[in-house]
Design a protein around this ligand. Structure first.
Ligand SMILES: CCCCCCCCCCCCCCCC(=O)SCCNC(=O)CCNC(=O)[C@H](O)C(C)(C)COP(=O)(O)OP(=O)(O)OC[C@H]1O[C@@H](n2cnc3c(N)ncnc32)[C@H](O)[C@@H]1OP(=O)(O)O
Ligand SMILES: NC(=O)C1=CN([C@@H]2O[C@H](COP(=O)(O)OP(=O)(O)OC[C@H]3O[C@@H](n4cnc5c(N)ncnc54)[C@H](OP(=O)(O)O)[C@@H]3O)[C@@H](O)[C@H]2O)C=CC1
Length: 427
């Protein structure tokens, strides 16, 4: 039996969302731990005045790739960018590139998505659902495809308390919804969005659930794996501890608390904070790619990639660790001395918002005005309140995820020493 690293040798891998947080870590891990991988084809769009090639060149200079660069200074030769805008018909991939991809790709990792909670439904649907559908159609044409791995979220079914590793049906058929939203006016879509998302908190979790149904429906003869990570945080060990490049989810909250700006947030002390380091998620994703290709499960296997069942950690403990860390290692240019407390009480939360957020912001803005500068603190707090308002659904309750498939994968991996080496930090 070959190791996972050996299995990836000579393979051509297609990655969507490679410029994102998880996509970058996936590329780095493949290049470092599977050095004989043949090529990484990445779908990239031009953005913010930068061409596709400029973006990829910039990305490869990132500190994340330092260890890969040390091992192989020419690692960039293995990265082949393909111009693509996922919201366009045919993913806006040129016919020549389609030809290349269909003739050589062995494994697809679909990471791209909009992860904004407040994304208008039509756009979230376009990217998270329709683009997934189109990528699956492209995958069906790939002559040497061995596995298709779709990255979902553990919160796709957050309207349930207990979540099994199955794809749950939705009241509305994804295809019917796509057809209807195509001709509807934006204002009508805005009005019906709350009815469509039902007991889910936002368009993100709803469209990720729809995407899972689409993956199941369009899978045809493909070997499919679905990874459902919970709240993905900074790396635990690889390529070095603490790597992160965004303020999504709790990371933004931690920084705001460390800067002394955030003093209160609604969260339950006793609720499980299901955080998972990005390197653990990526290691599991690569192992699932290998397993899906080699064992070809009859139906799509779903992996709930969560930590709460194995090693539960609570928001109350997080508050304690975050605050003591910032007291020991203060951030530069803090607004105030850090002191944030979580509360589950709406009234206490509103009181502290007024006393510790709005009142100091008003005073500070008054000072800025008097000294001839532009007031900015109230604006910052309004944005912060919007962000924490969207996050509180996830910090005020907990879920129970079944992880049988993840455990099964771990037991398979433990049989092979080489695989253990590849995955030692995750499992
Ligand atoms: C000590 C106590 C601990 C307790 C701690 C409890 C934490 C409890 C977390 C649960 C977390 C569940 C997570 C589900 C797990 C998925 O399934 S993963 C998907 C996770 N997705 C996200 O986290 C996306 C959430 N973010 C959004 O939807 C949008 O960014 C927002 C919040 C609606 C803001 O949108 P916007 O107003 O258009 O602004 P945007 O341009 O995105 O950002 C504006 C500014 O806010 C910052 N920002 C963005 N997000 C945040 C944030 N979360 N916080 C602070 N600042 C932020 C940005 O960096 C940006 O800063 P500047 O660049 O202007 O300096
Ligand atoms: N982060 C988290 O906590 C969690 C994430 N997930 C899932 O993991 C996956 C990756 O998330 P993460 O890396 O954090 O997200 P990021 O927002 O960091 O990355 C999103 C990626 O998708 C690409 N993308 C977005 N829109 C388009 C488009 N129109 N055309 C082409 N590419 C596009 C982005 O490209 P560009 O750089 O051009 O914008 C970027 O590469 C997602 O599927 C998400 O749902 C699941 C659970 C938790």
């Amino acid at each position: 039996m070959t190791s996972i690293s050996e299995w990836y040798a000579g393979k051509n891998v297609l990655i969507t969302g490679a410029t994102g947080f998880m996509g970058k870590v996936l590329m780095e891990k493949l290049l470092r731990s599977c050095p004989d991988v043949n090529a990484l084809y990445i779908l990239v769009r031009p953005k913010a005045g930068q061409s596709m090639s400029e973006r990829v060149q910039d990305m490869m200079k990132c500190k994340l790739f330092d260890r890969v660069r040390e091992d192989n200074p020419d690692f960039h030769q293995k990265i082949i960018p393909i111009s693509s805008e996922l919201t366009q018909p045919g993913l806006a991939i040129s016919p020549e590139d389609v030809q290349t991809l269909t003739s050589c790709i062995n494994i697809v990792f679909h990471c791209a998505a909009t992860i904004r909670f407040d994304e208008p439904l039509k756009h979230a649907l376009q990217l998270n659902v329709i683009a997934t559908q189109q990528l699956l159609s492209l995958a069906q044409q790939m002559q040497h495809l061995q596995a298709f791995i779709h990255i979902s979220t553990a919160y796709a079914n957050c309207n349930r308390r207990h979540i099994d590793e199955v794809i749950y049906p939705l009241p509305v058929e994804p295809k019917k919804l796509i057809d209807s939203l195509e001709w509807m006016d934006d204002s009508i879509i805005r009005d019906i969005t709350p009815h469509l998302i039902g007991d889910r908190p936002n368009t993100y979790t709803y469209t990720k659930a729809l995407a899972e149904c689409v993956v199941q429906q369009e899978s045809g003869k493909l070997n499919i794996g679905i990874i459902r990570p919970s709240i993905v945080g900074a790396s635990w060990q690889e390529p070095f501890p603490g790597w992160i490049d965004n303020f999504n989810g709790p990371s933004g909250v931690f920084i705001a608390a460390g800067k002394g700006i955030l003093r209160t947030m609604r969260a339950s002390n006793d609720a499980v904070a299901d955080l998972i380091p990005v390197d653990v998620v990526i290691n599991l994703t690569l192992a699932a790619g290998w397993y899906t290709a080699v064992h070809r499960p009859k139906t799509a296997l779903v992996y709930n990639c969560t930590t709460g069942g194995i090693n539960p950690f609570h928001w109350g403990e997080i508050e304690h660790h975050v605050m003591s860390t910032f007291k020991r290692n203060p951030l530069e240019q803090a607004f105030r001395r850090p002191n944030a407390n979580i509360t589950s009480s709406y009234l206490i939360y509103q009181y502290w918002i007024l006393v510790s957020h709005k009142f100091p912001a008003l005073i500070y803005d008054l000072f800025l005005r008097l000294s001839g500068q532009k007031p900015q603190m109230m604006r910052i707090f309004n944005r912060l309140h919007k962000a924490i308002g969207l996050l509180e659904y996830f910090s005020s309750q907990d879920w129970e995820w079944n992880s049988d498939n993840m455990n099964m994968l771990m037991s398979h991996i433990n049989k092979y020493t080489h695989c253990e080496t590849l995955l030692n930090s995750s499992l």
